[in-house]
Design a protein around this ligand. Structure first.
Ligand code: ATP
Ligand code: MG
Length: 512
């Protein structure tokens, strides 16, 4: 076919103990948005890393043709030269450099070895205009939210004259509004003839923008759906991904709610760098035994800051307020003390805060409770460590060659399951989960909801922070809504609906 821009033929890629891709063929038509979907560990990121030269020619089997020419990329620079640009699952911008510095990093606009800043800045302005980002070229990356950072990544790709843009879960950490903007941008780029490959677990957006959808399962390409010919429903995609119908997205649960187990009163937190900026204001929240409490809000509403400040003052300064467990005041002023009091917090940023990436899965899981696997002389009993961590591997269905595999080599979703295992191993009474299903496939989400239900049935108190409203509505007994560092609403599940929660999120006046 002449309109095919990319063709990958019979790609096989093995890692020690894992066949990540098994004879996969994949092609993209000129000017289309081609979605790549599949469960965690299916091989999506690996396929795109093979394509972009992260795994160079010679480390995989099979052939790659781009615009009809065979490609044997030695590294990512080689693939960028022909117009293939990949934006990885985890963003790769330098936080303390400006937008301009990031855009032209490694691609500096220089004459006779001297950087031409005037040219760089005016080019930055043009690129920012193209992606619809209204920021000064001098803004530091660290001062922007993830949504804007994602747009900078795309601007960076455009600076390189991209023909095929590969986005690995670009909207995983974006708010709904930012995701929509990004998808809109993809459609605009498509109109200019730029093709893209979109990896995403958010099937609703996939069915909205994709022209074709290729489904990977266990390292094999199962099928490619043509969205122009057929209307593709989310359920249809899921069937291809998991190999069966999934009728329910949320497991059923009978709530059995007891007395208040954990409470935070008059909680105030200030920004760690700007000490007069308040990030949490007079927060009063509680969770009861067996209850799942949601905290809804937009990105930037201050939910993570609140949760981290509660968890051993891991965030913020000038923190005031009191925490109670079973009605008695407790000291949670350090992370050790918080854990000792049965409070745990699963971070939204697994790579930066959740994992020791260069350690084995096993060592990551036991980190929160080394006593449980040590003998009286504080020596780790390794066989015991192997046994208990293997149980988590089975229970949470962690896809890995063995629990001795390094965390860095796991797929994103499986890394998340390791972080969750780690906190379950600390045997907490109160579990604060911050975006626990980010980057997680539909089947594994269901598994995580089942675990949440089980923990609630065991009498634990769960606080669930999530940007996905359907998830909050599907799992929680009660919902707090946060905006600008304040609790602006509280709803029992029976009164909660998307509209009711959105009303609190968007209303300007503080409601309570
Ligand atoms: N560097 C590596 N060393 C060993 N195994 C690896 C490595 N990279 C990936 N794998 C394994 O290859 C398989 C495919 O991983 P990949 O990251 O491509 O999955 P994915 O489809 O992108 O999943 P997710 O949706 O969770 O991001 C997984 O089983 C993973 O553990
Ligand atoms: Mg991936």
């Amino acid at each position: 076919m002449s309109d095919v821009i990319l063709e990958m033929r019979n790609i096989t890629k093995t890692f020690p103990g894992v066949k990540a891709l098994d004879n996969v063929s994949f092609s993209v038509r000129q000017g289309e948005i081609h979605a790549l979907v599949g469960e965690n560990g299916a091989g999506k990121s690996t396929l795109m890393k093979v394509l972009s030269g992260v795994y160079p020619h010679g480390t995989y089997e099979g052939d790659i043709f781009f615009e009809g020419k065979e490609c044997r990329f030695r590294d990512i620079n080689d693939s960028e030269k022909v117009g293939l640009v990949i934006i990885h699952q985890e963003l790769a911008l330098i936080p303390f450099l400006s937008i301009t510095e990031n855009l032209f990093l490694g691609n500096e606009q220089a004459t006779s070895g001297v950087i031409d800043w005037n040219k760089s800045i005016s080019m930055t302005k043009e690129l920012l205009e193209k992606v619809g980002l209204h920021e000064s070229p001098n803004t530091l990356i660290t001062d922007m939210g993830v949504g804007k950072q994602q747009l900078v990544e795309i601007a960076k790709a455009l600076a390189k004259e991209v023909k095929l843009l590969i986005l690995d879960e670009p909207t995983a950490s974006l708010s709904e509004g930012d995701s929509e903007k990004l998808l809109e941008l993809l459609l605009q780029l498509k109109a200019q003839g730029i093709s893209s490959v979109l990896i995403s677990h958010k099937l609703s957006e996939v069915s909205k923008v994709a022209d074709s959808i290729t489904i990977l399962r266990d390292g094999a390409a199962i099928e490619t759906l043509d969205c122009q010919k057929d209307t593709i429903t989310e359920d249809r995609i899921i069937r291809g991904m998991v190999g069966r119908d999934m009728t329910h997205r949320f497991p059923p649960r009978e709530s059995n709610i007891g007395d208040t187990i954990f409470e935070v009163r008059d909680w105030n937190v200030y920004h760690p760098l700007h000490e007069d900026r308040k990030v949490s204001t007079n927060i009063n929240i509680k969770v009861r035994k067996g209850e799942v409490v949601g905290i809804a809000g937009l990105m930037g509403a201050g939910r993570t800051e609140l949760a981290m400040s509660i968890f051993g003052r891991a965030y913020g300064t000038r923190i005031s307020g009191t925490a109670y467990k079973h009605g008695k005041e407790i000291d949670i002023s350090s992370i050790d003390k918080a854990i000792a009091n049965g409070v745990s917090y699963l971070t939204e940023d697994r790579k930066a805060y959740g994992l020791v990436l260069i350690e084995e899965i096993k060592n990551n899981i036991t980190l929160t409770n080394l006593e449980a696997i040590s003998d009286a002389r504080f020596i780790i009993n390794e066989p015991k460590e192997m046994t208990v961590t293997s149980e988590y591997k089975d229970k949470l269905n962690i896809k890995c060659s063995s629990i001795l595999q390094l965390a860095v080599n796991l797929s994103g979703g499986n890394q998340q399951k390791v972080v969750l295992s780690k906190w379950l191993f600390s045997n907490p009474d109160i579990l604060i989960l911050d975006e626990p299903t980010r980057g997680i496939d539909v089947g594994a989400k269901y598994e995580i909801y089942t675990i949440i239900n089980r923990l609630a049935a065991e009498g634990k108190g769960i606080i669930l922070i999530s940007s996905e409203l359907p998830e909050i509505l599907g799992v929680c007994d009660r919902i707090y809504v946060m905006r600008e560092g304040k609790i602006v609403g509280e709803l029992p599940a029976s009164e909660a609906s998307q509209e009711a929660v959105m009303k609190y999120i968007m209303t300007q006046e503080v409601a309570v």
